[in-house]
Design a protein around this ligand. Sequence first.
Ligand code: WTA
Length: 678
Amino acid sequence: MSDPKSDTLTEAQLAVHWKEESYYYPPASFIAQANMTDGGILERFGEKNFPECYKEYADLLTWYKYWEKTLDTSNPPFWKWFVGGELNASYNCVDRHLAENRNKTAIHFVPEPENEHIQHITYQELWVRVNEFAALLRDFCGLKRGDRVTLHLPMTAELPITMLACARLGVIHSQVFSGFSGQACGERVADSGSRVLITADSYYRSGILLDHKKLADIAFDKAKEEKVVLEKVLVWQRHPGKYSAQTPLVQGRDFVVNDLLPKYRGQRVEPERMKATDPLFLMYTSGSTGRPKACQHSTGGYLSYVAGTSRIIQDIHPTDVYWCMADIGWITGHSYIVYGPLALGASTVMYEGVPNYPDAGRPWRIAEELGVNIFHTSPTAIRALRRAGPDEPKKYHYHFKHMTTVGEPIEPEVWRWYYNVVGKGEAAIVDTWWQTENGGFLCSTIPALAPMKPGSAGPGVPGIYPIVYDDDGKEVPAGAGKAGNICIRNPWPGLMQTIWGDPDRMTAVYFERYCKNKKSKDWHDWPYFAGDGAVHAADGYFRILGRIDDVINVAGHRLGTKEIESAALTVPEVAEAAVVAVPDEIKGRVPELYVSLKPGVTGDEALARRISKAIETEISPIARPRKVWIVPDMPKTRSGKIMRRVLGALSTGGNAGDITTLANPDVVEKIRDLVSRG
Ligand code: WTA
């Protein structure tokens, strides 16, 4: 494990050298139409009104039964929100909009091939398709409330339709990012105990129709190895009526959804009355140890939180055309492509492919064509579009009123290109900091009420009280110019309920670090530890520095160093593996891998390639190391701990610091030599 203390110190030294950026003010045209222009919100969501303030979010939803208790803290840190309340997420995102907006577009699905029609799916059509698919899941698969189902679906309209059909039945969906390997999917099938896997035959990426179904076969085998046997694999066709994967269907196990659906035409499924505290979905994410963990999100708390923040921070009105370019396979897509925007009755855009296909003008053509006025993406996408087509946005006649950046720290220069060129100086920008575990935004400015500061997320959003602690648990006050560990002092409705099947891990990872009294039932004693370094400026804005634990944020994708290292260790020649994160112009950070080999084995380029390939197969191409260094030995402490900090310094050409305490200081020079020769 890397030493968080030394990492934090390095970031802190950096931070004090940063210059404060000046403010940008939201345009008057934005303020004139914004959902939230009442500064009283800060008072309403202030600590003295906590937790009742969150009624304002919950009231955006339609409840079958109103809740009796807003927050139950009797079993810390497993907070319960809106206890006694009953609702259904599918009803809230679909049915309730029919009365007034039946014919309005709910989802604009943009296929990657530009000659294929954009599908405009109305709320009426969404309702029909969700009902029919829910009937199929219920009657053909026998799925019911509380069951888990794994989805490994690409970015087509069938993905939100599947999620909403599950939610209608109270089935807990667990969508695995389609770019993840079959193995990674199978592990998640097993961990969640899914009986059914829902996938697709194929999808387009960078102009190629990928065979996606083959990953389901691998997932099936992997899950079986872990003693979970899938009963059924449902396959959606990318081109309805035509099976377009090379991999054949397995008789009796694989079923084409499009063939089965006609039997369910016209069927309607009454939404289940779910308890607010019933789980809505699982979302896997990487942590500092071992296997990915599933964050379990609730129905009432989660949906209230994403509806509230979509309204206040994303400024979504029912009349807006909103485009979040993330993948629904990540939490951003769940909260801010599907559940938040649809709960508010907006039109949400989904795009199948890569942003710069076939060229860097694509996103701006889509925006122009659909009249997108709210745009949401990541620094990695912004950097890539800026490099490939810095002047492209000017060529298109779209107008954004609002833009979001999420997922990684954004460099002020990149922020300014986003503001001036993409936003044409007309849009308010929010830099939203949050995590898979959180359900929704934690830090951001309220766009009409606070100025923007490039590179800084902003203060806590309403109802979130962040604090920066040093390693000894002392508060680092605002304006101290020092970095520390950002925590949230209070519970909030979007926070996951637990880690599926492993509640102790929830307590250990997120709460133990700064909990003052484990017996206490008072939430004040249980700050949430986010695992990010941050600087709290004098104006109350937080600048997020990145992970302090063993997680690497590659292009906004969270990867555990342990996961990558275990994948490398599946190659029989590898004795030890250590991953470090190095800066990358486009992706923010990328992994580099150091390996030492078993005695008697010699390494060459072919072995390095095999190791890279193993990582792609076990996890995903996004985890592929930029470089695999085969080294004679790892730098180690006398207790045998690999010093990743030293390797990181060698990879970045930085100062390795004091190495005299290492058990094998000589190896450092040898590795430096190797790395400098490239
Ligand atoms: C990082 C994504 C800087 C952070 C929603 C966090 C950010 C991790 C920002 C969570 C931001 C997210 N500025 N860093 N605006 N947003 N991060 O779980 O390190 O995929 O801990 O959730 O991304 O990534 P996750």
